[in-house]
Ligand binder design. Structure first.
Ligand code: AP5
Length: 223
C-alpha cells in the first residue's frame, strides 16, 4: 500500500483545519494537528499545557524542543504508519529538520508540503469571524455559518471564539508566520515537494484542488 506523508502549510486562518477535516473523509491518513493537541493539553492542565499556554495566548510559538518531542512521539504511534496529515508542524527551520531526520531514520520521507495561500487582510477578517466547537469543528459567522446560531451542526455543542483570535494577537501570529514559518516554503520548494493552492477560493474549490493533487500523488507513488 502506498504511504502518503503530508504536511499542510500556510498562515494562520488559511483554512488548514477546514481542509483537513474534509481530506480525512477522502484519504485514510492519521491527522495530527499541533494546535488542537496543545489546546487540549491546556484544557487538561497537563505539564505541556501549562508550558504552552503563555506562548499561545500572546501569539508566539511554543519552544522548538517542547513541540518537537511531542510530535515525534505522536508520529511513532502505529496509526501513522500508513501515512499522516500534519497540520501546524513544522513551523520553524529546526522543526522541519527534526522531522526530516526522524523520518529518514525509519526509512520514510515526506510526500508533499501543501501550501494554502491567503493574503493577510483576508486572514484578519476570517479569524475574527471564526467560531469553534469544543471538539474542533470550525465555522465562520459569514462564510460558513452553523444552521443554528452559536451551536455546532455536528455535535450540538456551543460555539465559541478562540483566545488567540483577537485582532492584536492575530497580527502577532501573522508576524511570527512571516518570520519563522514562511521560510519553509522555500525549503520544501528546494526539496521539490511543494504544491501551492489558492486559499481565497471557496472551501469546496480549495478542497477539490487539494483532493485531486493528493490523488495524483498517491497514483504516482503506486506506480
Ligand atoms: P494552530 O491552531 O495551528 O493555529 P494556526 O496555524 O494559527 O492556524 P489556525 O487554526 O488559526 O487556522 P487554519 O489555517 O486551521 O484555518 P481554519 O480552517 O480554522 O496553532 C495555535 C497556536 O499553537 C500557535 O499560535 C502556537 O502558539 C502553537 N503552535 C501550534 N503548532 C506549533 C508548532 N509547530 N510550533 C510551535 N508552536 C505551535 O479557518 C479559519 C477561518 O476561516 C474559519 O472561520 C473558517 O470557517 C474560515 N475559512 C476556511 N476556509 C475558508 C475559505 N476558503 N473561504 C472563506 N473562509 C474560510
Amino acid at each position: 500500500m502506498s504511504e502518503l506523508n503530508l504536511i499542510l502549510l500556510g498562515p494562520p486562518g488559511a483554512g488548514k483545519g477546514t481542509q483537513a477535516e474534509r481530506l480525512q473523509e477522502d484519504f485514510p491518513l492519521a491527522y495530527v494537528a499541533t494546535g488542537d493537541m496543545l489546546r487540549q493539553a491546556v484544557k487538561d492542565e497537563t505539564d505541556l499545557g501549562r508550558k504552552a499556554k503563555e506562548y499561545m495566548d500572546r501569539g508566539d510559538l511554543v519552544p522548538d524542543d517542547v513541540i518537537i518531542a511531542v510530535i515525534l512521539d505522536r508520529l511513532s504511534e502505529q496509526d501513522t504508519a500508513d501515512g499522516f496529515l500534519l497540520d501546524g508542524f513544522p513551523r520553524t527551520d529546526k522543526q522541519a529538520q527534526a522531522l526530516d531526520e526522524a523520518l529518514k531514520k525509519v526509512d520514510r520521507r515526506l510526500t508533499a508540503a501543501l501550501l494554502i495561500h491567503v493574503p493577510e487582510d483576508d486572514i484578519v477578517r476570517r479569524l475574527s469571524g471564526r467560531r469553534v466547537c469544543p471538539n474542533g469543528h470550525t465555522y465562520h459567522v459569514e462564510h460558513q455559518p452553523p444552521k443554528q446560531d452559536d451551536v455546532c451542526d455536528i455535535d450540538g455543542e456551543p460555539l465559541s471564539q478562540r483566545e488567540d483570535d483577537r485582532e492584536e494577537t492575530i497580527r502577532k501570529r501573522l508576524q511570527v508566520y512571516r518570520d519563522q514559518t514562511e521560510p519553509l516554503v522555500e525549503y520544501y520548494d528546494e526539496h521539490d515537494i511543494l504544491h501551492r493552492f489558492d486559499g481565497t477560493r471557496s472551501p469546496t474549490e480549495v478542497h477539490d484542488h487539494l483532493r485531486a493533487t493528493i490523488a495524483t500523488l498517491r497514483m504516482e507513488d503506486e506506480l
